[in-house]
Design a protein around this ligand. Structure first.
Ligand SMILES: [Zn+2]
Ligand SMILES: [Zn+2]
Length: 334
């Protein structure tokens, strides 16, 4: 099969992914093989390719927003069948037995493995996943438009949920990429007022089209203070900016897998029971709830499609915030 393989981490500008012909994988017990139709691009792919995340598997095929059709079942799989259209997200597997798994926090399982990082992912024509860690894709979404739901969407949903915003309240979003353009729709669906902070004028325009009550830069002060905010951009300085405009008892959720250093804060910015929390991965429950909600709203995903072989160029555009909505690789899309 064709795959974009990462043999050595390097800046995206150096095009570290190499198109190779590799052996098509065979599903083991409890696993399925998916013929990949589309795979979304995520900032975590960029962190994997550039080595911001320590390499776990080498070489590795990145990609963890995979949409495709099951084309082979491993021994013992009964809950899925060949021909089912499914999605595969970042969480590839957990042990199911540790303290965190038992507490409903399998996203924090110390034995968790992640798609396109610990295992080969979706920048390839076929991939393997345990049958319990894939999800039926609602019919409302075609392959390319479903792909960004699988990480941008699911992580966005967990961030939104843990930011504990209630209908009618004010939500701030810092950064307006693939995740934020879905969260704004969830928030508008629940009648929240959404305030979007981003440097990019084109992203500000996009946010207004999707119903933002106000847009500006992180240094600006919105017309009303926020009940909750989510930071999607990986800049630690945004923590101070967001706390500056957060109401008492408000929650600030940090959605990224990495962030530059957070500058020293005056305690007054945090006092009055403001909460700062990170979001790490997501559970299977998040995935199921979110996909259901996504088709109820229904969420509109805006995508920019690239060919599999253009993965390097697509990641370069992602790095420069030049993708409107979400980037998606077309693999074996019918
Ligand atoms: Zn566990
Ligand atoms: Zn991701």
């Amino acid at each position: 099969m064709r795959a974009m393989l990462l043999e050595r981490t390097a800046p995206a500008e150096e095009s570290p992914l190499i198109l190779r012909d590799v052996a098509t994988p065979t599903p083991g017990p409890g696993e399925i093989r998916v013929r990949v139709h589309a795979c979304g691009l995520c900032h975590t792919d960029l962190h994997t390719v550039e080595g911001d995340l320590p390499p776990h598997k080498r070489p590795v095929i990145p990609g963890h927003q995979i949409v495709g059709v099951i084309d082979a079942l491993g021994p013992g799989v009964t809950a899925r069948k060949e021909g089912d259209r499914v999605g595969i997200p970042w969480l590839h597997s957990t042990d199911g037995t540790c303290e965190f798994c038992q507490r409903g926090l399998e996203n924090l399982c110390p034995s968790a493995r992640f798609t396109g990082y610990d295992t080969d992912g979706g920048y390839a024509e076929y991939t393997i996943v345990p049958a319990d860690f894939c999800y039926p894709i609602p019919a409302a979404f075609d392959d390319a438009h479903a792909a960004p739901l699988l990480c941008a969407g699911i992580i966005g949903y967990r961030s939104y949920r843990l930011a504990t915003i209630r209908p009618g309240e004010n939500l701030g979003l810092y950064g307006f990429g693939a995740s934020a353009h879905l969260v704004i729709q969830l928030a508008r669906h629940q009648n929240c007022n959404v305030f979007v902070f981003t440097r990019s004028e084109s992203h500000r325009g996009h946010a207004r089209e999707l119903g933002a009550a106000w847009t500006g830069r992180a240094e600006d002060t919105p017309p009303e203070p926020l009940h909750a905010a989510i930071i999607f951009a990986p800049a630690g300085s945004l923590v101070r900016e967001a706390l500056r405009v957060l109401r008492k008892a408000g929650t600030l959720a940090l959605a990224g897998i990495t962030m530059s250093q957070i500058p020293a804060l005056d305690y007054a910015l945090l006092y009055e029971e403001r909460v700062v929390r990170s979001i790490a991965n997501a559970t299977r429950q998040d995935a199921r709830e979110f996909l259901q909600l996504a088709s109820e709203v229904p969420l509109q995903t805006e995508t920019q499609v690239f060919d599999l072989a253009e993965a390097n160029q697509a990641l370069q555009k992602l790095k420069k915030s030049e993708i409107r909505g979400a980037g998606v690789l077309r693999v074996l899309m019918p």
